[in-house]
Design a protein around this ligand. Structure first.
Ligand SMILES: N[C@@H](CCC(=O)N[C@@H](CS)C(=O)NCC(=O)O)C(=O)O
Length: 245
């Protein structure tokens, strides 16, 4: 039975981390809200009188009788079922830890354009956004990416270089796909800041290249299923929020 992915139909957003894992796994799935009446169906599943385990917010995934929300939680499930996760307990906890750290980073990216409230327009919080983005570019972005760079260096050493361009072991796992998406998104939203940072994160960029070359990902990125970045999603290009550090 095909998985049903529920996510906002016009953006990559957090749903993209799930789409990338399903695509790499070549899993059979329907992006429900992109179809006729799909968004209504998605809203219904979030109602209090809806399913036994109602999601608070998209993305969520329906897998037969299971309804799973929270991006990292969905990936925990998809990763285990489609060989996109490590095999040991220590390994899957580490994968989940990396994914939760990516979730923190994603939230901070969101807050660069919506630092006061998600319910307000960007135009109503422009000054705060400028301050928040400045700190994100100067402090948080290098700190997060530096952390992943070190994790990659360590794994390359431990896996006797066969782990180069992989966060865990020698095979591709779901946090690799998510880190690829982070690089894509940061290059879109903060091209100048990223240009200044890229020389410090060669291993993160190597991972990006390796994921981008994976045949199912190559096919996905060329397809209409990949929604282009835009200014409704999480990674938004507002030139006034970007600057080379
Ligand atoms: N921690 C959740 C966050 C989910 C989330 O914030 N979803 C957004 C779209 S990316 C949403 O629709 N939020 C509605 C809300 O928070 O009211 C996850 O990682 O999946």
């Amino acid at each position: 039975m095909a998985y049903e992915l529920y996510y906002w139909p016009e953006i990559q957003g957090r749903g993209e981390f799930v789409r990338l894992a399903l695509e790499e796994a070549q899993a059979d799935y329907v992006d429900v809200a992109r179809g006729r009446g799909g968004e209504r169906k998605m809203m219904k599943l979030m109602e209090a009188r809806g399913p036994e385990h109602p999601p608070f917010a998209p993305p969520f995934l329906k897998a037969a009788k299971l309804l799973i929300a929270q991006t990292a939680n969905i990936l925990l499930y998809v990763g285990a079922r489609h060989r996109l996760a490590p095999a040991t307990e220590a390994g899957w906890l580490w994968a989940h830890q990396l994914q939760l750290t990516i979730a923190d980073l994603v939230q901070e990216v969101h807050d660069t354009h919506h630092p006061v409230a998600s319910s307000l327009y960007y135009e109503d919080q422009r000054d705060e956004a400028r301050r928040r983005a400045e700190d994100f570019r100067s402090n948080r972005m290098p700190k997060f990416l530096g952390y992943f760079e070190r994790a990659l260096a360590r794994n390359a050493k431990e896996a006797a270089h066969r782990g180069a361009g992989r966060l865990i072991g020698t095979r591709l796992t779901y946090p690799d796909l998510s880190l690829f998406q982070v690089v894509e998104g940061l290059r879109y939203a903060f091209p100048m800041a990223m240009a200044g940072l890229e020389r410090d994160i060669p291993r993160v960029l190597e991972l990006h290249e390796r994921v981008q070359a994976s045949p199912p990902i190559v096919a996905y990125l060329k397809s209409k299923r990949r929604i282009p970045f835009n200014e409704m999603g999480i990674f938004r290009r507002y030139p006034e929020l970007d600057e080379r550090n």
